[in-house]
Design a protein around this ligand. Sequence first.
Ligand code: SPV
Ligand code: MG
Length: 288
Amino acid sequence: MINEIKERIESKKIFRAMAAHNPLSAKLAEEAGFNGIWASGFELSATYGIPDASLISMTQHLDNTRAIAAQVKVPIIADIDTGYGNAVNVMHAVSAYEQAGAAAIVMEDKKFPKDTSLLEGGRQDLVSIAHFQGKIEAAAAARRTPRFTIIARTEAFIAGQGLEEALKRAHAYAEAGADMILVHSKAKTPDEILSFLDVWESKTPIVLVPTNYPELTEARMKESGKVGVVIYGNHAIRAAVSAMQEIFAKIRRDGGIHNIDSRIAPLKEIFRLQGLAETKENEKQFVR
Ligand code: SPV
Ligand code: MG
């Protein structure tokens, strides 16, 4: 399954992953034509109404990833945050996520418990390079097949440490065996990321999450020739929140649901997404 990520990159096409917080949003992302699903920690935390700060457990995120895998065919890139502990915890996590049907994991070089990356003034402490290299090596040792892709994420820019540190870490993580490097940035323009791409000469593909610098489009990433994967990190939960806020407010304003049917998905669309027709067929055939 993961070969689809690598194959796409090898044919010089960017692999586009959309965030999902449950199987339904993952299904919608697949139907919209995204190449894969980002099983986002931020999105899942938001569905529980809590911050993305190592508060949801591995089991919660793993169960969600497994449920998504049951509903989509495209590869799933699982966000395992800091790997839930040290290198030994990482081995346990990699084994569990691979068995759950994920195609890749993203692991970040922050200290546990982490703070969310895009928060202004967030607490962003990085682990040492040696510590994180150990975690990457542990992840590689724990995977069952080399197709399972290990994406190492550096938060050097997020921690305000600048280009030199980001580069040093990215090289060290590639050396330790990461298949790809995610370089995260919370800058409001793509300059920081573009300066990184300019000097990145390694063959290891770069993964970007352009939430804060949306002007960096897929076309511009492609021009660099160095970006393998783009992750749209939180657009499923934000779209869902806007849609619900708008409709809920309208129902309250109007004092009823008489004006909203044309603005929301018809029931038969939900039946379709539930695979109801197939279940009914099965019922006809097997339930006696
Ligand atoms: C997530 O979606 O959980 C991410 C991306 O890790 S970000 O929230 O931008 O850190
Ligand atoms: Mg995350």
